[in-house]
Design a protein around this ligand. Structure first.
Ligand code: GCV
Length: 721
């Protein structure tokens, strides 16, 4: 009896241990779950019985290890290694330099550039083989990851004829990570980088981070905050950064650093950081030489200058081009580039904040040296739930211009709300600038097609931290994934990307994938509805940017308040940016400008971004503006409730851990959506003086209650002014 009790206890203990290990979501979309469907399992096993994959370089080695681990896990298979094709079902992988079998595929190899690859079924020695080929080792790595995606998404291997290559050269994450491991606008724990243990200790996570990035084509990373600490350019920190660069290198990832413009003064002992000063120029040149001694493939510098209190060339009476060019000249001999941010605005400038970046940068078009690229946020204010595309896209034909998206959800519910950003990214990329007539999309500006730019890039402000699941919310991983996929090819559809991500991250079960994908696809619009419908913007709580704050009227400077942006009064609400107001519309090309100039033709989603509209204004729905606003806020909350219903039906289709976590987070999202709705409706009602129409549930508190809420220790805010 005692023995069997002990046995049962041991079994229970084992179970609880297994349960604890069951699913922590660490593996992201690289789970390599066993293929259980018998026909598919057999078909896959038959297709990859034999492997020809000479792997000499570090990059080919990691590609081969990834492949072998994945095949082992998915198919319980280690293909026999061979030098020639002796069996049907051979996987041939490599470059023309490593394999004569690959060298035969001239046509494909001539079509693809440095990072591209092809995957195709072919006949070798009369046997059916699958070939993954590329001109470079990193191309092979991308090919292998994409082959594994085919297996993970249960795709057919029968008629493979894939040729793929990136449309954008520099696909880069921006980490706003401080040296003390806090993360500005980070909601997933601390920074991954354990600076105090570097360069001696390489955390396993650095490798998994690099693997995940390579699997979606990300090829660069900036490891420190744009609000940079000059110390990151000291020799100590350069050696630490070099250790990270070494860990990332096999995965094709280049390291960049954010720099502090005043570093020559702060750590160099100079009296000035004036970019036209010969001593300053020499300091940067020496610093660049030093960095390249430690990191021979160093990518370059990312710079936030004369923005939100950061030093910059204007501090010395110089302009952005003069500042950027000085750094570019220091990097040029080594092949490095400067990513110079256009996120600039100043409350001392008596003009609409939305216009200031364009006003400062447009006149500098053509003045930047060839290894400078101007990094522009997707919209002219700041990563709002919805913004029209930034007017600088298409406006600087003589300058390479790259995109900056925010993956971390600073204004979109942190890592608590389920918001699929594939839709947001795509909305901007697909926007037509009309720079060279119809079809001049933002995507074509940043992939260099429109103005034949040789230097192209897309940056994403990372949402990655030390949380076991990397991003805080299981679905926030999808935003990292979608960023990578769209940076590789901005023409891809967010729907396909979500489909792939769900299959790899959760299951291939259509009864899960289809409804949950729909939920993801709708989630961004739902969030816009309960936060900032109809073009409202910048009405969040001050500093921490957590929750609603339409009442914020004091924030140190007017352009950090909410009232500056919504301008609600008894006549109406919204920022008049037509020629009757700030005339920000004039920064767009005529087709866009004319559409936005007129209230009637402005898309509803941007109405209050561009116009101050009367509360009684008749909307196309038949409601007046006030009623439409109320309707949007309420429908946002209702839709979150529908998301909850959809999710509750998923129980049993995936592991309990992630099911329960998402369920709990959706419950918080519902509460916070209500909080947004009640706060905003009550606040704006104060101006509209109209009732909340019949049939809507009444807010459960008055406006004063919401205004007086206090929150402490909100993540992501350390060091934020
Ligand atoms: C890194 C916004 C954020 C800041 C961020 C800034 C930027 O203002 O709130 O935290 O600073 O954008 O992009 O530089």
């Amino acid at each position: 009896m005692r023995k069997s009790i002990c046995f049962i206890a041991a079994v229970l203990l084992l179970f609880s241990t297994l349960h604890a290990w069951a699913e922590d979501n660490y593996r992201l979309w690289l789970r390599y779950e066993r293929v259980t469907e018998p026909a598919l399992y057999n078909n896959y096993r038959q297709s990859v019985k034999q492997l020809i994959f000479p792997a000499g370089s570090p990059t080919l080695k990691v590609a081969k290890t990834e492949l072998q681990n994945a095949l082992g896990q998915m198919l319980s298979l280690q293909p026999a290694e061979a030098n020639t094709v002796t069996a049907n079902g051979t996987l041939v992988i490599g470059t023309p330099q490593t394999s004569t079998l690959i060298a035969q595929h001239r046509q494909e190899l001539n079509t693809i550039r440095r990072e591209g690859y092809f995957i195709k079924n072919t006949q070798q020695n009369g046997k059916v083989t699958i070939t993954i080929g590329a001109n470079t080792d990193v191309g092979v790595l991308y090919g292998v990851f994409n082959f594994l995606k085919l297996l993970q998404t249960h795709s057919s291997l029968n008629h493979l004829a894939l040729i793929d290559q990136p449309k954008i050269q520099c696909r880069i994450l921006n980490h706003w990570d401080n040296l003390d491991r806090t993360v500005e606008r980070g909601y997933a724990g601390s920074s991954l980088w354990k600076w105090h243990k570097l360069p001696g200790y390489i955390d396993r996570r650095y490798i998994d981070y690099a693997r995940a990035n390579a699997s979606i084509g990300i090829n660069a990373t900036v490891v420190n905050n744009v609000n940079a600490n000059a110390l990151s350019l000291t020799t100590d920190y350069i050696t630490k950064a070099a250790a990270l660069a070494k860990a990332f290198r096999p995965y094709g990832i280049k390291l960049f650093l954010s720099i502090r413009f005043s570093a020559p003064v702060e750590i160099g002992g100079l009296k000035t950081a004036d970019p036209l000063d010969a001593g300053v120029q020499k300091w940067w040149k020496d610093k660049a030489d030093e960095i390249y001694r430690y990191i021979p493939d160093f990518g370059g510098f990312l710079v936030k200058a004369n923005s939100e209190g950061q030093p910059g060339p204007q501090t010395y009476g110089r302009n952005h081009a003069e500042g950027a060019n000085m750094l570019a000249d220091a990097l040029k001999p080594h092949g490095g580039i400067v990513m110079w941010r256009a996120f600039v605005y100043d409350d001392k400038v008596p003009d609409d904040r939305a216009k200031q970046a364009y006003n400062e940068f447009k006149p500098l078009d053509g003045q930047f040296h060839s290894n400078v690229i101007v990094q522009v946020k997707n919209g002219a204010i700041d990563f709002q739930p919805r913004e029209p595309f930034h007017p600088l896209f298409g406006a600087m034909p003589k300058t390479p211009v790259m995109m900056e998206f925010q993956i971390t959800q600073e204004y979109l519910g942190f890592s608590t709300h389920l918001v699929y950003l594939g839709q947001l990214f795509k909305e901007t990329l697909a926007s037509d600038t009309y720079a060279h007539g119809k079809g001049s999309t933002v995507a074509k500006v940043i992939d260099g097609q429109l103005d034949h730019q040789p230097l192209t890039g897309m940056a994403g402000v990372a949402n990655i931290g030390s949380d076991v699941n990397w991003c805080g919310h299981p679905f926030a991983q999808a935003n990292w994934y979608a960023f990578g996929r769209l940076a590789w090819n901005p023409e891809q559809s967010p729907n396909t990307i979500a489909d792939d991500w769900l299959r790899m991250t959760f299951t291939n079960d259509a009864a899960f994938v289809n409804p949950v994908k729909q939920m993801m696809m709708d989630s961004r619009e739902i969030t816009v509805n309960y936060m900032t419908p109809l073009g409202l913007h910048h009405i969040m709580g001050r500093d921490a940017h957590y929750g609603p704050g339409p009442w914020v009227a004091q924030a140190g400077r007017p352009d950090w308040t909410a009232v500056y942006y919504h301008k609600a009064d008894s006549a109406g609400v919204g920022f008049e940016r037509s020629s009757r107001g700030s005339n920000a519309v004039a920064q767009y090309f005529p087709e866009v400008r004319n559409q936005l100039e007129n209230v009637q033709t402005t898309p509803e989603k941007f109405l209050l971004w561009f116009h101050h509209v009367s509360w009684n204004y008749a909307m196309p729905s038949g409601r007046n503006l006030w009623q439409e606003m109320v309707h949007r806020y309420y429908s946002g909350v209702d839709s979150v409730r529908n998301m909850q219903k959809t999710w509750s039906l998923m129980q049993g289709k995936i592991d309990n851990e992630r099911f329960a976590e998402v369920k709990d987070l959706l419950a918080i999202q519902e509460q916070e959506a209500e909080w947004w709705r009640n706060s905003c409706v009550l606040y704006f009602q104060h101006f509209s003086k109209m009732p909340i129409p019949a049939g809507y549930e009444k807010p459960d508190h008055d406006l004063a209650y919401y205004e007086n809420q206090k929150f402490y220790f909100i993540p992501g805010t350390r060091g934020v002014q």
